[in-house]
Ligand binder design. Structure first.
Ligand code: AMP
Length: 177
C-alpha cells in the first residue's frame, strides 16, 4: 500500500493504558497495531518511504519495542540490524550510556564493534517521549564511529518536547499526541 501523508487512522490501533507502568503515565500500547496486518505493514512501509535506502547502512533498534520496528525496516533496506539493549543483556564488550526515562533512569548498551567507522545509522523506536532514550542512543552511535542518518519512531508525545533533545538530528514520526 502506498503511504499517505495522513497517518491518523493508525491511532485507532494504539491503545492507551492509563497509569502503566506507574501512576500518571499513559502507556501507548502498540500491540493492537502489530496484530493488525494492514496497520503493521503500513507503519513499516510509511517509515521506509521517508528514507532513501541507499543512505542507510544499518538500522538500530532500541530494546524492546524498537526491535519490532527496526528488523522489518532493515530487511526492506537490505541494511544491517543493531540491537541497543538495557544494561547487562549484551554478551560482548559494550559502550554504556546512562539516560533518563519518562519513568526513571536506566542504562543502554551497544556492542563496541556494532558499527564500522562512518556507517550511516537509522535509529528506530516505537515512542519518543522525553527524548532521553533516543538522545542517549545517538550518543552511543557516534561514540562507536557511526553517523546518525535519522531517528524515527511510530509516534511522539509532543507535550513532552522530546524533539528538543534531538537537536540537529533528522527526526521523523508518523503520529503526534
Ligand atoms: P523517552 O526516553 O522518555 O523518550 O522514552 C522513550 C522510551 O520509553 C521508548 O523506548 C518507549 O518505548 C518508552 N516509553 C516512554 N513513554 C512511553 C509511553 N507513554 N508509552 C509507551 N512507551 C513509552
Amino acid at each position: 500500500m502506498e503511504p499517505q501523508t495522513n497517518h491518523e487512522w493508525l491511532k485507532d490501533h494504539i491503545r492507551d493504558i492509563p497509569d502503566f507502568p506507574k501512576q500518571g503515565v499513559v502507556f501507548k500500547d502498540i500491540t493492537p497495531l502489530l496484530a493488525d496486518k494492514k496497520a503493521f505493514t503500513y507503519t513499516i512501509d510509511a517509515i521506509a518511504h521517508h528514507y532513501d535506502r541507499d543512505e542507510i547502512d544499518k538500522v538500530l533498534g532500541i530494546e524492546a519495542r524498537g526491535f519490532i520496528v527496526a528488523a522489518p525496516l532493515a530487511y526492506r533496506f537490505t541494511a544491517g540490524l543493531i540491537p541497543v539493549r538495557k544494561k547487562g543483556k549484551l554478551p560482548w564488550k559494550v559502550e554504556t550510556e546512562k539516560y533518563e526515562l519518562e519513568y526513571g533512569f536506566d542504562h543502554l548498551e551497544i556492542h563496541k564493534d556494532a558499527i564500522e567507522p562512518g556507517e550511516r545509522i537509522l535509529i528506530v523506536d516505537d515512542v519518543l517521549a522525553t527524548g532521553g532514550t533516543a538522545q542517549a542512543t545517538a550518543g552511543l552511535t557516534e561514540r562507536c564511529g557511526g553517523k546518525v542518518a535519522g531517528i524515527a519512531t511510530i509516534m511522539e508525545l509532543s507535550f513532552l518536547h522530546g524533539r528538543d533533545k534531538l537537536g540537529a538530528y533528522e527526526y521523523f514520526s508518523l503520529l503526534r499526541y
